[in-house]
Design a protein around this ligand. Structure first.
Ligand SMILES: NC(=O)c1ccc[n+]([C@@H]2O[C@H](COP(=O)([O-])OP(=O)(O)OC[C@H]3O[C@@H](n4cnc5c(N)ncnc54)[C@H](O)[C@@H]3O)[C@@H](O)[C@H]2O)c1
Length: 322
């Protein structure tokens, strides 16, 4: 298949991620349609997108003024406005029936050649794909928040996805300034979530068997892995360290790692109190309104710096073919 021709891209769902994905597409130079599937969301979505465009401006990520990007954005509550979009990204809550309804509404209006994608983190693509009349044009496109300032993108084929279309999206995603990873087969949790769940399981075991405190464990992760991970990933890091040591350690350590299928006790407790971390001040750590706000602000300024740091080193590594 030749390269995809994309001029207009749409997002359905103007929540946290829907808005920041819209900003990412605006930055990349497309006409963008944002469909608000619930009442009053169009107005709040517009405001959130404006705030995020201002943030992009502060970060030096825009090539035009904010009015220019806003002039290329249509926010609507009418699915009919999706008609001319070559790609529609669904970004609504993780409820099967709601996603199914949204796909029906999208397929009623878009051209047969339009690609339809979901940003789901948890539902297998092959299951959602069954809701579509043309499942071959459906795939996962999974972003990290804030979508306009992160390079992460997982593109996942379900059982019936046309691989050529997924490859086309993977190529197109370079224009979105992403470093896309293509998953040829669908797997629950995709790549990063799967890796992280293995880490959570091991982490909870170390804490619950009283080897370390939660903050002690967090510090190890933060200052060891955090000191190199954006530069090289885990397998390139192994080459850098020297492989012999890993071969011996794997043989000793793999049989001793946690293999528990149970939900850790802390997470059962959090579920019982309906904890949502800094969003309702019930989490794994104690939070106050003030500490929650501080953490949010720090993350925004950290994102700005890590984005430009990663960009500088990405260019240097490209020069030596890494
Ligand atoms: N938050 C993240 O960091 C993150 C990361 C990766 C993927 N995702 C995925 O993105 C999707 C959206 O997540 P979010 O964080 O933006 O959630 P959110 O709660 O901020 O937004 C959810 C959106 O769903 C839509 N919605 C709610 N009720 C609806 C209804 N009855 N009918 C139709 N639409 C309805 C609305 O547009 C709402 O804004 C989910 O599939 C989620 O798994 C989120």
């Amino acid at each position: 298949m030749g390269q995809l021709v994309m001029k207009q891209i749409a997002v359905v769902g103007l929540g946290l991620m829907g808005c920041s994905i819209i900003v990412s597409f605006l930055r990349a130079g497309y006409d963008v349609v944002g469909v608000a599937p619930i009442p009053d969301e169009a107005a709040t979505g517009k405001l959130r997108i404006r705030e995020q465009l201002h943030l992009c401006q502060e970060m030096g990520l825009l090539h035009q003024d904010i009015e220019y990007y806003e002039s290329r954005l249509l926010i609507s509550d009418d699915y009919a406005d999706l008609k001319y979009s070559q790609l529609v990204v669904e970004c609504v809550i993780e409820v099967f029936d709601i996603k199914k309804h949204v796909y029906n509404r999208i397929e009623e209006v878009v051209e047969k050649t339009a690609i339809i994608a979901t940003n789901t983190s948890a539902i297998p693509i092959s299951q959602l794909q069954k809701f579509l009349q043309h499942p071959e044009r459906f795939m996962g496109i999974h972003w990290a928040e804030p979508a306009f300032a992160t390079r992460f993108l997982e593109i996942t084929c379900g059982e019936s996805t046309d691989l050529a279309l997924a490859e086309g999206i993977s190529q197109e995603a370079e224009k979105w300034e992403k470093e896309p990873t293509l998953l040829y087969k669908d797997i629950r949790g995709f790549i990063t979530n799967r890796l992280m769940y293995a880490v959570y399981r091991q982490g909870f075991e170390l804490i619950n068997e009283e080897y370390v405190s939660m903050s002690g464990l967090d510090k190890c992760f933060q200052y060891d892995i955090g000191s190199w991970i954006t530069l090289m990933g885990i397998f390139r890091r192994m080459d850098y360290i020297g492989l012999d040591h890993y071969r011996k350690s794997y043989a000793h350590i793999f049989p001793k790692l946690s293999n528990s299928p149970s939900v850790p006790q802390q997470m059962k407790h959090i579920a019982a109190i309906q904890g949502r971390g800094i969003h309702n001040l019930k989490g794994l750590y104690p939070h106050t309104d003030e500490s929650a706000k501080k953490l949010e602000h720090r993350l925004v300024s950290f994102n700005k710096e890590i984005y430009s740091l990663a960009e500088r080193y990405r260019n240097k590594l490209k020069n030596i073919n890494l």
